[in-house]
Ligand binder design. Sequence first.
Ligand SMILES: Nc1ncnc2c1ncn2[C@@H]1O[C@H](COP(=O)(O)OP(=O)(O)OP(=O)(O)O)[C@@H](O)[C@H]1O
Ligand SMILES: [Mg+2]
Length: 305
Amino acid sequence: MDAVRATGLTKKFGTFSAVDNVSITIPEGSIFGFLGPNGAGKTTTIRMLTGVLVPDAGSVRIFGIDVHDDPIAAKLKMGVIPENGTVYSDLSALQNILLTAKFFGMERVTREERACEILERLGLSDRQDDLVRTFSKGMRQRVSIACAIIHAPPLLILDEPTTGLDVYSRRLVIDTVRRMNREGSTVLLTTHNIEEANALCSRISVINHGTIVATESPEKLKKTFDTSRYVEISFNREVDAPLFSASCIPNAEPYGDKWRVYTDDPDRTVKSLVTLADREGLSIVSIATSNPSLEEAFVTLTAGA
Ligand SMILES: Nc1ncnc2c1ncn2[C@@H]1O[C@H](COP(=O)(O)OP(=O)(O)OP(=O)(O)O)[C@@H](O)[C@H]1O
Ligand SMILES: [Mg+2]
């Protein structure tokens, strides 16, 4: 069964269309990333998925339960870490976690055992009895995560879980996400950090201006662009294809008044082309490389519009 099945989600604020016809399907057991620049509509989508915000159109099912028809049953399936955490400053870390556990109807003994284990996992044991108001941002975020995972939710939803965290907190958060996934939780996270999405997710939806522009595995997303990796060059006079092959530069094709050399190593190709020009007494009029990293894919996909 799919952990999340959202179809045609749409939300307007006044006349402004924040999310437009967004559909996502997340198979049980996967880590799914929602990648997009600031203002893309990630948080608005998450709020609709978690039943905080009612969509203008579209529907959401969490493990088959319609969030609109049966919000409580759907919410019991989720652990949510919202964009601006929701921990109580006037309670200690431990109290926050125990309160959440109680809310989810966990038995006292289970609550205490699991709270203890999770505090340890998130590096908070030393400070568990201190008020959250005395905590740093990274520590607060970890308390927020502890609350979201206390009931071992089948679906864990994190809105920018690592933004603004130092290396240590970030590591703990990422390790926790991975471990929860290994222990059976399906994970949905949003980020504008491409490397993070790449490192964690099996599939990524790229969102921009409220619409999904691509849904792929990180590798596929990169490959789509890798296959079109090339160096483009033009010389001061006409040359023909055998000249390239004689210089061990395969995959050269005429492209307008230029040549395109497809390659998986643009650096080496550029050097070979310069050597060729040198040897043949050619002047290079223009030379350019395409540079398809995942970042490039992301920028291309989210550019313009
Ligand atoms: N309650 C609201 N009222 C009016 N406009 C809103 C509201 N919530 C969001 N928006 C607008 O909808 C758009 C999408 O916002 P959203 O918070 O979903 O973006 P985001 O992708 O989460 O961005 P970020 O990376 O900055 O968190 C933005 O232009 C925002 O100003
Ligand atoms: Mg957001």
